[in-house]
Write a protein that binds this ligand. Structure first.
Ligand code: EPZ
Length: 460
C-alpha cells in the first residue's frame, strides 16, 4: 500500500540526539509540482550570533522572529550554562545576562555547535575573561578561529590555547579591551562578528578593515545599535565601532533567512512550480536571483517582501563561483548543484570559501547525476532525469540539496541523517508538505509511531 504523507513531528527534534542515534528518515516521492506560498523563518545565522550578542547587555533583551532550530536550542543551553536566563515564548527569546559568569560552557554542548565560539567576544567585553572550548572542525572544513584570536589580541586580550580551550583575559585595572585598527586577512563572517561585539564595550575606537558584508553582520550591528552601541559602516568592508561603557535593553526582530528563501526558490525551480515566498528581503538574494534568471527561471518581486518564481522553457547550464557577500553564497552552492544536474549542458561550480564542501556530489551521482570533481571545482553535465534512491546527508546544506533533488527525481528517495537538516531548517518537511510535496518523515522507524494521516493541498 502506498505510504501516505504525514505531517512531520511538530515538536522540535531532540536537540541532543547524537548523530549516530539519528534514525530519522524522510521518504520523498518526486515529480510532484509544488504550489502556493511558503513562509520564510528568521535567519539562523543572525539568531545564533545575536543570542551571543545579548550577553553584552546586563538587562532584559527580547529577540523576535527566532527560528525553532536544533542549533538555536543548543545555543540557548550553552548560554544558560553561562548564567544567562533564556526563555522561549512563541517565536521570541527573552534573555537576561545580568548574572553572566565565565565558567566554561559544557564541552559536550560546545562540541556540537561551532557558533558557541561567538560567546568569547561578549564574555571578554563584559567580564574581561573568557574560557571557551576551541570549536572543532566540521564536515565542510577545518573552520579555524585564528582571525578571531588575532583580532582580540590586537584589542589587548591575552589569548592562549591550552588542552583544547581558548583562555582569554584582559589585563589592566579596568580590564577593558582597547580599541584597535584590525585588518582581516579574509572577510570572515564570524571574526567580523566576534570583533564587532568585543569592540562595543572597549575603550576607544575600533576599525575592522576587510570586514565581512553579509546581511547577518548588518543584522547583528543593528541589534547592538538598538542596545546603544555606536557602530558605523556595517555592510561595507570597513566597520568603525566607538566603545561605550554599557549597553541597555532592547526588543529586536531578526531578518528573514535568505538561505532558506534561496532553498525554496530552488525547490520551485527544480520542480518547475509557481511558488511565492514571504517574508523575504530581495536585496539579500541578488546573486541567487541573478543565477536563477541566468538558468532560465522567472523571478518577480510581487511586493517589497514577497518573491514569486515561475518556470522557464529550458534550464540552461550556468557556471557558479562561491564568494564572500555580495558574491554568490557558499550556503547556496549545494542547492544549486542539485538544480544544475538537470540543466541542459555543462556547468562548473567552484567552491572558494570552504575546503571540503563538495561532499554532496557522491550522493547526487547515486541519483543519476553526472558530476565530476577536480580540486574545488565540480563539473556538472546535465542529465534528462534523476532517479530516486536511498541517500545519506553529510552536512546541513548537502541535506537540503538531497531533498531538492528528490523532489524532482523519478520514484522514491529515502534520506537518512535528518539531524543535519534540523540544525538549519525550521520544519522543512512540513513546509514542503503544505506546498503539495509528497513526503513522509519518520522520526523513529523502530517505534510503533501512530501514522497521522493528513492530505497535502491538491491531493485528494
Ligand atoms: C558563517 O560561518 C556561517 N555560519 C556559515 O553558514 C557560512 O557558510 C559562512 O559564514 C560564510 O558565509 C554562521 O554564521 C553561524 P567564515 P563562519 O569565518 O563565520 C576561514 C551554514 O550553512 N577562516 O566567513 O565560520 C574559514 O576556514 C553555515 O549556515 C579562517 O581561516 O565563516 C573559511 O574558509 C555553514 N580563520 C572562510 O574563512 C578564521 O579565524 C570563511 O569562514 C575564520 C575563518
Amino acid at each position: 500500500m502506498e505510504d501516505k504523507p504525514i505531517t512531520p513531528s511538530p515538536n522540535l527534534p531532540n536537540s541532543n540526539a547524537a548523530p549516530e542515534e539519528d534514525k530519522s528518515l524522510m521518504h520523498i516521492w518526486g515529480g510532484v509540482p509544488l504550489q502556493g506560498q511558503v513562509n520564510i523563518s528568521g535567519a539562523k545565522n543572525s539568531a545564533l550570533v545575536i543570542m551571543a550578542g545579548a550577553l553584552l547587555c546586563p538587562d532584559d533583551c527580547r529577540i523576535q522572529n527566532v527560528p525553532s532550530l536544533v542549533d538555536v536550542n543548543r545555543m540557548g543551553q550553552i548560554l544558560s550554562a553561562l548564567g544567562v536566563k533564556v526563555e522561549r515564548k512563541g517565536d521570541a527569546l527573552h534573555m537576561n545576562a545580568r548574572h553572566l559568569h565565565h565558567s566554561k560552557a559544557p564541552y559536550e554542548l560546545v562540541s556540537q555547535l561551532r557558533a558557541s565560539f561567538f560567546v568569547i567576544g561578549p564574555l571578554l567585553a563584559r567580564l574581561g575573561v573568557a574560557r571557551v572550548p576551541l570549536p572543532g572542525g566540521c564536515a565542510i572544513g577545518a573552520r579555524p578561529v585564528d582571525l578571531h584570536v588575532r583580532g582580540l589580541q590586537a584589542m589587548g586580550a591575552d589569548v592562549h590555547i591550552d588542552h583544547g580551550t581558548v583562555h582569554a583575559s584582559v589585563k589592566g585595572t579596568n580590564r577593558r579591551l582597547q580599541g584597535a585598527r584590525i585588518y582581516l586577512d579574509y572577510p570572515s563572517v564570524g571574526a567580523t562578528e566576534t570583533l564587532m561585539m568585543a569592540a562595543t564595550l572597549a575603550d576607544g575606537e575600533t576599525t575592522i578593515e576587510n570586514a565581512a558584508q553579509e546581511p547577518e553582520v548588518v543584522d547583528l550591528a543593528n541589534f547592538c545599535r538598538a542596545m546603544g552601541a555606536r557602530i558605523r559602516g556595517a555592510g561595507t568592508n570597513t566597520i568603525i565601532i566607538s566603545g561605550v561603557p554599557r549597553l541597555h535593553s532592547t526588543d529586536y526582530s531578526i531578518i528573514p533567512d535568505r538561505i532558506e528563501a534561496g532553498t525554496f526558490l530552488v525547490a520551485g525551480a527544480i520542480t518547475r512550480s509557481d511558488l511565492s515566498l514571504f517574508p523575504v528581503v530581495p536585496d539579500h538574494l541578488t546573486a541567487v536571483i541573478a543565477k536563477l534568471r541566468a538558468i532560465g527561471l522567472h523571478i518577480t518581486a510581487e511586493t517589497p517582501n514577497r518573491l514569486r518564481i515561475t518556470p522557464g522553457e529550458h534550464h540552461i547550464a550556468t557556471d557558479i563561483e562561491t564568494l564572500p557577500y555580495p558574491g554568490f553564497p557558499t550556503d547556496m552552492q549545494a542547492q544549486f548543484m542539485a538544480l544544475l544536474t538537470l540543466s541542459e549542458g555543462d556547468s562548473v561550480i567552484t567552491e572558494t570559501v570552504f575546503e571540503n564542501r563538495l561532499r554532496h556530489v557522491a550522493e547526487l551521482n547515486r541519483m543519476g547525476a553526472d558530476i565530476r570533481v577536480k580540486g574545488n571545482h565540480a563539473i556538472i553535465r546535465g542529465v534528462p532525469r534523476l532517479s530516486g534512491a536511498p541517500v545519506v546527508a553529510t552536512d546541513l546544506r548537502a541535506s537540503a540539496a538531497l531533498v531538492l533533488a528528490a523532489l524532482a527525481a523519478e520514484g522514491k528517495t529515502t534520506i537518512q541523517g535528518l539531524h543535519h537538516l534540523d540544525r538549519g531548517y525550521e520544519d522543512l518537511g512540513g513546509k514542503l508538505l503544505k506546498l503539495g510535496a509528497k513526503l513522509q518523515r519518520v522520526d523513529d522507524p523502530e517505534a510503533d509511531a501512530p501514522v497521522i494521516q493528513t492530505v497535502a493541498p491538491g491531493q485528494v
